[in-house]
Design a protein around this ligand. Structure first.
Ligand SMILES: Cc1cc2nc3c(=O)[nH]c(=O)nc-3n(C[C@H](O)[C@H](O)[C@H](O)COP(=O)(O)O)c2cc1C
Length: 356
């Protein structure tokens, strides 16, 4: 059975789960338009996730995707956290705010979060996707038992093979150009930085489950290109940041156009590599390396970044914003999410016709 049939959608378009940016309204609009709408609930607790799932169900009876973070549980390192706070204290000073002296682990991981699993088994979202790794086999089994279609991000052939072995229904091939957090399982290990095109070509020939292309896809021609390479569908994140239903603040939307040509992968914001528009964070990267300072671990570093952004934006400075975006950022279009799906479909047909 094709992946689209299996999920129960009409079009090979997946709106990427984007914690903090994708909303129930966005997922509803995309799912009702025949694509797969998604939400990221990994940055909240089980009850917040339940509310999001119920809000989507109020707007659609079509399939939708709920995304979880599946990183290794955080290992406490208060000395490292404190050193990171001290390193950035001068930046807090500029806004007249004292830097924190320690950091909190602001959310958990599906590897160990029993409440989150229990909530998923009760609410039964039709599609569940994993980012940063894979949950233990009993979690995957429990989700499959109620009929969930499972997706997982991979940035390399090794990760994709692990996803296949874990029994996922499709692998999201996330290329280096992708916006937001890189789904790499071990952020401290080697990273071959494969582009979306190289990764999709490699995976479609090497694994036995469908491949979903993600990273840098901004229009119908891009979707067609990845379908031609063998992908079963395309997952677009950055393209949806500036839609009406997005939770992205005005500064994030503005940054897509103004700093979007200079995105960089930066680990200093959350403790894991993620692609962001140009900002104080990306500008700090070389200095961090020169100073040899160790960034706090994920997600504790994110606790500090959110506080620094809060202090700066209270003084009207948006330069510390965690404004994720892929390399296609300048091509993001401002319109409703359903209209974007329709526009993508029209472009896919136009490009197909142009080939004749
Ligand atoms: C603002 C933003 C937030 C994201 N949050 C998540 C997330 O919570 N979970 C996830 O699996 N992927 C997340 N991603 C990555 C997307 O799933 C996807 O891989 C990426 O958007 C594809 O690249 P593109 O942004 O160039 O389209 C995020 C991406 C962006 C841009």
């Amino acid at each position: 059975m094709s992946l689209l049939k299996r999920i129960g959608i009409t079009h090979p378009i997946i709106q990427a789960p984007m914690a903090g940016t994708a909303t129930p309204a966005m997922a509803v609009a995309v799912s009702n338009a025949g694509g797969l709408g998604s939400v990221g609930i990994g940055a909240g607790d089980a009850e917040a996730g339940r509310k999001v799932i119920r809000a989507i169900r109020e707007g659609t009876d079509k399939p939708f995707n709920v995304n979880l973070f599946v990183h290794e549980p955080f290992v406490s390192d208060t000395a490292r956290d404190a050193a990171w706070c001290k390193y950035l204290a001068p930046e807090f000073d500029k806004y007249g705010v004292a830097a924190p002296s320690g950091l909190r682990t602001i959310y958990g991981t599906l590897k160990t979060d029993k409440d989150m699993l229990a909530m998923l088994l009760e609410e039964k979202p039709p599609v569940v996707s994993f980012h940063f790794g894979l949950p233990p086999p009993e979690v995957t089994k429990a989700l499959k038992n109620y009929g969930a279609v499972l997706l997982a991000s991979a940035t390399s052939l090794e990760e994709a093979k692990a996803c296949e072995a874990a029994g996922v229904d499709a692998v999201v091939a996330q290329g280096y150009e992708a916006g937001g957090h890189r789904g790499i399982f071990n952020p401290n290990g080697p990273d071959d930085q494969l582009s979306t095109a190289s990764l999709v070509s490699l995976l479609t020939k090497s694994i036995g489950v469908p491949v979903i292309a993600a990273g840098g896809i901004m229009d119908g021609a891009g979707i067609n290109a990845y379908l031609a390479l063998g992908a079963a569908a395309a997952q677009l994140g950055t393209a949806f940041i500036d839609t009406t239903e997005s939770a992205a603040p005005p500064a994030h939307r503005k940054a897509l156009k103004e700093g979007g040509q200079h995105t960089r992968l930066v680990a200093a914001i959350s403790g894991r590599p993620a692609r962001s528009v140009e900002s104080n964070w990306t500008r700090l990267l070389d200095q961090i390396e020169k100073d040899g300072v160790q960034i706090a671990g994920y997600p504790n570093a994110y606790d500090l970044a959110k506080q620094l952004h809060g202090a700066a934006s209270a003084k009207g400075d948006q330069a510390w914003g965690p404004f994720w975006a892929g390399q296609g950022a300048p091509l993001a279009r401002q319109m409703g999410a359903a209209e974007l799906v329709e526009t993508l479909l029209k472009e896919m047909k136009e490009v197909s016709r142009a080939k004749l």
